[in-house]
Write a protein that binds this ligand. Structure first.
Ligand code: NAD
Length: 252
């Protein structure tokens, strides 16, 4: 079950957090992993860990928001069975706390970054007879988290983009889904707390943990397990869907 043997998986932001966990698990399940990362050192660490576990992985230093850089990477990755658009950044602020520059920055990475990888990957998938795409959304797109105007908008765009792609490429045997995590304990969350709540880190960590009905944050490995299922052949009947992984956040 859930073997990715002989599959090539491109994962953006595989140097940290959820992307790192997905990279490690996909490699363990037999995929050759291609990591596109801004942070070359972080990518190198994930790749070293994959190789130490007997897996196969390659790293490409690139900023997903820059189309030329992304197209260059995909010239080197000749076969793409799986694309995971995971790289993302956050911004804290309501509409009034969001400048045009903030909006552009979040959109360029979270939305245009995913578009750039899709634009490069889909022709390769079509030529290859099909493929699977997984785009990382967020519960912010579903419930509109307080003070995350630009971030919530960007994740809403990811959901609409995914539906559009799922519909347009059905006949090409390409599936496309999204995952919507609530808080998952990653460097993304630690950085957010350090930046916005200096001196109150422990209090905020506790508060964020308790804000999930289940009483804790998610683990990157738990998101990776769902990603593995959705990208495996066993999920062949699933496309155009969003999967919240949220400790009960949305419904309880
Ligand atoms: P993280 O910050 O731990 O890791 C993100 C990785 O993406 C980093 O290694 C970073 O270098 C890379 N990256 C950022 N900008 C990039 C760019 N322009 N080009 C290439 N690489 C870039 O984050 P995470 O918590 O693992 O989050 C991963 C994804 O999951 C994001 O899309 C995020 O929005 C989403 N998400 C996270 C949470 C959470 O609570 N952690 C919740 C919901 C959704």
């Amino acid at each position: 079950m859930f073997s990715l043997k002989n599959k090539h998986a491109v994962i953006t932001g595989g140097g940290s957090g959820i992307g790192r966990a997905i990279s490690l698990l996909f490699a363990k399940q037999g995929a050759t992993v291609h990591i596109i990362e801004l942070n070359a050192d972080a990518a190198a660490q994930t790749i070293e860990d994959i190789k130490n576990n007997g897996g196969s992985a390659f790293g490409y230093s690139a900023d997903v928001s820059k189309q030329e850089q992304v197209l260059d990477v995909f010239k080197k990755v000749s076969k793409v069975d799986i694309l995971v658009n995971n790289a993302g950044i956050a911004h804290v602020g309501s509409l009034e706390g969001t400048t045009e520059a903030d909006l552009d920055r979040i959109y360029n990475v979270n939305v245009k970054g995913a578009y750039n990888a899709l634009y490069a990957a889909i022709p390769l998938m079509k030529a290859n007879g099909g493929g699977v795409i997984l785009n990382m959304a967020s519960i912010a797109a579903i419930v509109g988290i307080t003070d995350r105007f630009a971030y919530s908008m960007s994740k809403g765009a990811i959901m609409a983009m995914s539906l559009s792609v799922a519909r347009d490429y059905l006949a090409d045997n390409i599936r496309c889904n999204t995952i919507s995590p609530a808080r998952v304990h990653t460097p993304f969350v630690d950085g957010f707390i350090a930046k916005n709540y200096a001196g109150r880190e422990d209090e905020m960590f506790e508060k964020l943990s308790k804000s999930q009905p289940i009483g804790r944050m998610g683990k990157p490995e738990e998101v990776a397990a769902l990603a593995l299922y959705l990208c495996s052949d066993e999920a062949g009947f699933i496309t155009g869907c969003d999967y919240p992984i949220d400790g009960g956040f949305i419904k309880l």
